[in-house]
Design a protein around this ligand. Structure first.
Ligand SMILES: *Cc1c(COP(=O)(O)O)cnc(C)c1O
Length: 222
C-alpha cells in the first residue's frame, strides 16, 4: 500500500483529540512529502542531523517532533525549530534544553519520558524518580521550557494485557502528577504513548499522541 493509503486506513482509528505523529526516521524526503500531501503536518525524527536536513529541505509548515535520545551537545541545532521533544529523561537534559532555548529566545515544549516497560534497555525516569524531581522546585526555575506531559514506550511483546497495563500505569502517573503539580497549568496535557503495533490500545488507555512509523512508511532501512 502507498503512504497515502496507509494514512487513510490509520486515520480511521484515530479520534480527533489524538495527535498523530508520523514517525519518518530513516525515510527519504519523497515519502514525507507523500504524507504531507495526504494532509499530515506532524513528523517525528530520532536523529538530530537527519531532522535538521529534512527541516531545511521540506515545507516550512511542518511541525517537527524529536523522539530519539537527545545528546546535550546537539540540542542547540534543533532548538530553533523543534515543536516538541518527546524523550527528556534526565534533569540535566532539561537544564541544557532550557539553556539553549534561553539563548535563542524560545520556549521549548518537552515531554518527560517515563520507564514503563519491563525491559532494561528503555530510557526514562522511574515514577519515583519523576516524583522526587518534581517535588524539588528546581524545574520551576527553568523558564524557557514547558513541560507538556509524559511519554512512554511499552514492552516489545505480544502480550496485549501487559502492554495495556503499562499504558494504564502511565496514564495513572500522569493524572497523579497533574493533580499535584500541574492542576493550574493547562499546558501539561499530553500523554505520548502508542506506536504502530500498539497505538489502538494506547488510545483506549488515554493516549493523546501516538507515534506511528512503520504502519505509515513501511520498514526502515537502517
Ligand atoms: C521509531 C519510533 C517509533 C515508531 O515506531 P513504529 O513501530 O515504526 O511505529 C515511535 N516512537 C519512538 C520513540 C521511536 O523511536
Amino acid at each position: 500500500m502507498s503512504v497515502q493509503q496507509n494514512i487513510i486506513s490509520i486515520r480511521k482509528h484515530i479520534p480527533a483529540h489524538v495527535q498523530l505523529v508520523c514517525v519518518s526516521k530513516f525515510h527519504p524526503d519523497e515519502e514525507l512529502l507523500e504524507a504531507y500531501n495526504a494532509g499530515e503536518r506532524v513528523f517525528g525524527e530520532s536523529k538530530v542531523q537527519e531532522m535538521c536536513g529534512k527541516q531545511q529541505r521540506l515545507p516550512k509548515d511542518i511541525h517537527w517532533h524529536f523522539i530519539g535520545h537527545l545528546q546535550t551537545n546537539k540540542i542547540k541545532q534543533i532548538v530553533p525549530f523543534v515543536e516538541l521533544i518527546h524523550g527528556v529523561d534526565t534533569f540535566k537534559l532539561l537544564v541544557e534544553i532550557n539553556k539553549q532555548a534561553e539563548k535563542q529566545n524560545r520556549k521549548v515544549n518537552c515531554l518527560l519520558q517515563v520507564y514503563i516497560a519491563s525491559e532494561i534497555t528503555k530510557f526514562g525516569f522511574s515514577s519515583d524518580e519523576l516524583k522526587s524531581l518534581l517535588a524539588t522546585a528546581e524545574w520551576q526555575a527553568l523558564k524557557n521550557i514547558n513541560i507538556a506531559g509524559l511519554m512512554g514506550m511499552a514492552t516489545f511483546t505480544d502480550d496485549k494485557n501487559q502492554i495495556r497495563s503499562e499504558f494504564k500505569s502511565l496514564k495513572m502517573l500522569f493524572d497523579e502528577l497533574k493533580n499535584i503539580y500541574f492542576s493550574d497549568n493547562a499546558s501539561f496535557k499530553e500523554i505520548s504513548m502508542g506506536m504502530s503495533d500498539d497505538y489502538q490500545i494506547a488510545i483506549e488507555e488515554g493516549s493523546t499522541m501516538v507515534r506511528v512509523g512503520s504502519s505509515i512508511f513501511g520498514v526502515r532501512n537502517y
